[in-house]
Design a protein around this ligand. Structure first.
Ligand SMILES: [Zn+2]
Length: 390
């Protein structure tokens, strides 16, 4: 099986390879980019590079810039070359592929433990096993708010007090780090400020602004962009993820493998709901829309917010297309399979209605992870969409 799409994040890859080659790794990286474009894969590739025992690399060779010292002086050259991704076959690399290396700690947002275990770190075992089998899929989590909590970070900090078990480098990977609670971010700060020896932090996020500025400023940023459509097509084909129309899937996926897989396997999450809301707005079916929104009054748990985020992001992309059509540009649509509908909406709506709806959808997307009731978010958004009906 070929390597994943990290190969096609050429800028990020070059940055990381340069850092490894020059033995100048910072204490912490922040990988920023959309969902499903290879940020976690890159974090794992770094972890493999630093722990691989199979190639010419020397585990434990000093790859880190020591605070306040010249890198070239503090890091004597080692004989081996350190390769991003490691050898992929040694014991360390294969265990890492399964998230089973004792020196590589991976955490992602999980539901909080319920009493009597409240306040204890969430157990990531099941989620990591799922991730290992499905690197570009999300596990179904239907209950509870999803976060990386203070207990999780404290547990990691506790482990940092010990030397790495296997003598390589400890790598702490925090996936979707924007879902760290503020307390958790504050608990992490000290470790970022005074990183323990032999430790690298990698935080991934698609919403860097949700992180505290103090956390962001202590990380070296690496940007990840959307993947080219042909990369997505060949990934789907190589893995037998059939859709019959890979190219259309790749266009709808907007550069995200995670999204492409969802689409190929049964539709875009949230899209039907978004189209339904749009059609209610265009047809003036206020009563139906508000009754639907009211159904979310008591449904604001994590799984529901994930669903709502999908719906709102789909609506945002539909409104972007309507706004583009109204602006009169020769449109290159994000939703080419719905071009007829979107052009009809764009042409009939009053000038500027598309832009207004786009802004309202963007605002709703920003609110979905807050405490605001989902019913209220949907109802407010619906009112802002109604001008599309003329
Ligand atoms: Zn290896």
């Amino acid at each position: 099986m070929s390597a994943g799409p990290l190969l096609d994040q050429s800028r990020a890859r070059a940055l990381l390879e340069r850092a490894l080659a020059s033995r100048e790794l910072p204490p912490a990286y922040l990988f920023i980019g959309p969902h499903g474009v290879g940020k976690e894969e890159a974090a794992l590739a770094l972890a493999r590079a630093l722990n691989c025992t199979g190639g010419t690399a020397q585990p434990g060779s000093d790859l880190f810039v020591e605070a306040g010292s010249e890198a070239t002086e503090s890091c004597p050259p080692t004989s081996g070359e350190v390769v991003l991704g490691g050898c992929a076959i040694c014991s360390a690399c294969t265990r890492l592929e399964r998230y089973r290396h004792p020196d590589v700690l991976v955490r992602m947002p999980l539901p909080r433990p319920r009493p009597p275990k409240e306040g204890e770190p969430a157990d990531p075992t099941e989620a990591l096993a799922f991730k290992a089998d499905n690197p570009y899929r999300d596990p179904e989590i239907t209950s509870g708010g999803l976060s990386i909590g203070i207990a999780d970070i404290r547990e990691i900090v506790r482990q940092l007090a010990y030397a790495p078990v296997e003598g390589g480098k400890r790598v702490v990977i925090l996936c979707q780090s924007e879902r760290m609670t503020e307390e958790a971010q504050n608990a992490l700060l000290k470790s970022l400020e005074e990183p323990p020896p032999h430790t690298l932090f990698v935080l991934t996020t698609h919403r860097p602004n949700a992180l505290l500025p103090t956390v962001r400023s202590r990380c070296r940023v690496v940007g990840f962009g959307p993947l080219p459509s042909d990369v997505i097509v060949s990934y789907l084909q190589e893995r037998g993820i059939a859709s019959g129309d890979e190219m259309n899937v790749a266009i709808l996926a907007r550069g995200s493998l995670k999204r492409a897989i969802s689409i190929a396997e049964g539709g875009v999450p949230g899209r039907e709901e978004a189209l339904q809301l749009l059609s209610w707005a265009v047809d003036g079916q206020r009563r139906e829309a508000l009754a639907w929104a009211a159904g979310y009054t008591f449904k604001s748990a994590g799984g529901m917010r994930t669903e709502a985020r999908n719906t709102l992001e789909e609506l945002l992309s539909l409104m972007r297309d309507v706004a583009v059509i109204q602006s009169g540009d020769e449109p290159s649509l994000l939703n080419p399979d719905r071009a007829d509908l979107l052009q009809r909406v764009g042409r009939h709506a009053p000038d500027g209605a598309g832009l207004g709806a786009l802004m309202a959808a963007a605002e709703a997307c920003g609110e979905v992870d807050s405490n605001i009731n989902l019913a209220l978010i949907y109802a407010t958004l619906f009112e802002a969409l109604t001008p599309l009906g003329g």
